[in-house]
Design a protein around this ligand. Structure first.
Ligand code: ITT
Length: 181
């Protein structure tokens, strides 16, 4: 099983989420992502591009942070916003905003000759300050509902037991296990 990504943080998480069950190999590369209106559509387009390049079963992960007060922004623009504004920029935009509700979404797009999509979501809030050193990306500013810590303050195993990626991964794993029987 191959994961195609430019993000080693994702690979580390999938190694834990899927690793015990499947031998996961990393193809570290950046691929073109078209700016469409849902992460599922973005992932689907990328898979068809990659299916002409990768000679084995593979999957990609397209994720995004959707902030309610900003009508879902950065959403499909998460990668660009992470690189440009960063966490401090998002916190600045949110100064004085009382609705701090946000959602993290992951879409796994798996190609085995056919396209298979698995999704996972977690509701939460944007913290007042960036906290924690673990994980990557927006982890220091996202607090999953029912918890006090940001993803970045949690041990990796903890994040992996409740995250948006874990939820998508669980559905993916169920599919793969059924397929292997
Ligand atoms: P790919 O090569 O796999 O596309 P990427 O980092 O560009 O790697 P995405 O487009 O899926 O991945 O991610 C959009 C942004 O959201 C990016 O800046 C990530 O760092 C961030 N992100 C994704 N999953 C995250 C998570 O679990 N925790 C925090 N930030 C995350």
């Amino acid at each position: 099983m191959i994961i195609v990504t430019s993000n080693k943080g994702k690979y580390r998480e999938y190694k834990e989420i899927l690793g015990g069950h499947f031998n996961l190999k990393l193809m570290l590369m950046r691929y073109p992502e078209e700016q469409l209106d849902t992460i599922e559509k973005v992932a689907e387009r990328s898979v068809y591009y990659l299916s002409g390049i990768v000679n084995d079963d593979f999957f990609i992960d397209d994720s995004g942070l959707f902030i309610e007060a900003f009508k879902g922004f950065p959403g499909v623009y998460s990668s660009y916003v992470n690189k440009t504004l960063g966490n401090e920029g998002i916190l600045r935009l949110m100064e004085g905003v009382s609705n701090r509700t946000a959602e993290f979404r992951t879409c796994i797009a798996y190609y085995d000759g056919k396209l298979n999509i698995f999704t996972g979501k977690v509701q939460g809030t944007i913290s007042e300050t960036a906290r924690g050193k673990n994980g990557f990306g927006f982890d220091p500013i996202f607090i999953p509902s029912g918890h006090k810590l940001t993803y970045a303050e949690m041990a990796l195993e903890k994040k992996n037991s409740l995250s948006h990626r874990y939820r998508a991964g669980k559905a993916f794993l169920k599919f793969l296990t059924k397929k292997a029987i």
